[in-house]
Design a protein around this ligand. Structure first.
Ligand SMILES: C[S@@+](CC[C@H](N)C(=O)[O-])C[C@H]1O[C@@H](n2cnc3c(N)ncnc32)[C@H](O)[C@@H]1O
Length: 292
């Protein structure tokens, strides 16, 4: 995704978007993804999408909207449009305090519960996984926690994202320095091997993760995700409006097994979105529990 700086130095003259076209395009994106594009970002549509309009030989945004709705090539174009409106910012071991609280409390509790019930299986859903750093981090935490016992568990981390490009990168599992900015050195050397300019996730860690392209605004697709003990959805609902936040959180609630937990990003809350979960407070994070 281009930076604001690169947008401002683009030499190509932008194609103008009228207020009406902006509202049509914004509503179209919202219907498809649940992502709400604020009016303040109107100029970003002009600067970033002019390249797309030019490449497709379309003279105006009205033509572009028609293309997105009716052209046989619209699926590929939609993915390009999504890439322009989403933020894929992520990293390995993002929010160490939260992860530590998760590992020492939520994960520990779930593993003990499963052991006690004689069911050594655990399903985690990473919703909005971007290029894979979050689900790989969770797989590493499971390796660190279970060690030799891991071989006796059936663990699946279902990792989904709207962007096919991000899912492709996630499957590749090769990361540069930026992705490791908060990763403890020991974790890097234990779970990655050097490959070219980057570091590749080891197959044993990757094996637990099942990546899929999925739109969180597609209720049928969400129903196909295996019932989870834990859902991670960090730094994703922040881009949705209230209505979409409610829908997605309610889908997570339905997906979770009784006693399951949902983890959100540190700036996200359930205030005015859902009162179904019980917030459980730990230093560094709130875990939302589905009672039952
Ligand atoms: C900022 S990243 C967060 C990545 C990771 N969860 C983390 O916290 O580091 C947000 C991700 O949500 C994805 N996303 C946004 N809307 C989505 C939708 N409707 N369905 C699936 N993924 C979506 C974006 O493609 C992006 O990769």
């Amino acid at each position: 995704m281009g930076s604001l700086f690169s947008d401002s130095i683009t030499l190509r003259k932008s194609i103008g978007i009228s207020d009406d076209e902006f509202v049509q395009l914004r509503d179209f994106i919202y219907d498809k993804t649940g992502i709400f594009v604020d009016g303040k970002r109107k100029y970003l549509f002009e600067s970033r999408l002019t390249k797309r309009l030019t490449a497709l030989g379309l003279p105006s945004f009205s033509d572009y909207i028609k293309f997105l709705k009716f052209d046989p090539r619209r699926a590929a174009e939609l993915n390009k449009l999504y890439e322009l409106v989403t933020t894929n910012e992520t990293s390995l071991f993002r929010d160490l305090k939260q992860l530590e609280a998760f590992q020492n409390n939520v994960l520990k509790e779930k593993l003990e519960e499963q052991r006690a019930a004689g069911r050594r299986e655990l399903n985690i859903w990473s919703a909005g996984c971007s290029s894979g750093e979050e689900p790989y981090t969770l797989s590493i935490l499971l390796h660190e926690t279970l060690r030799m016992e891991l071989a006796r568990w059936r663990i699946t981390i279902t990792a989904v994202d709207l962007s096919p490009a991000m899912i492709a990168r996630a499957k590749e599992g090769v990361y540069g320095d930026y992705a490791f900015k908060t990763t403890p050195d020991a974790m890097k050397s234990r779970y990655f091997t050097k490959e070219g300019d980057g570091w590749k996730i080891k197959p044993a860690v990757a094996r637990l993760v099942n990546f899929q392209e999925m739109n969180l605004n597609d209720p049928l697709a969400l129903k196909r995700v295996p019932r989870s003990h834990i859902v991670f959805c960090r730094n994703v609902i922040i881009y949705f409006d209230q209505e979409m936040k409610r829908r997605v959180v309610s889908a997570f609630y339905d997906n979770l097994l009784p006693g399951g937990y949902m983890m959100l990003g540190h700036s996200e809350t359930l205030h005015k979105i859902s009162s179904s979960f019980k917030p459980v407070f730990h230093p560094g994070t709130i875990a939302y529990r589905k009672e039952g």
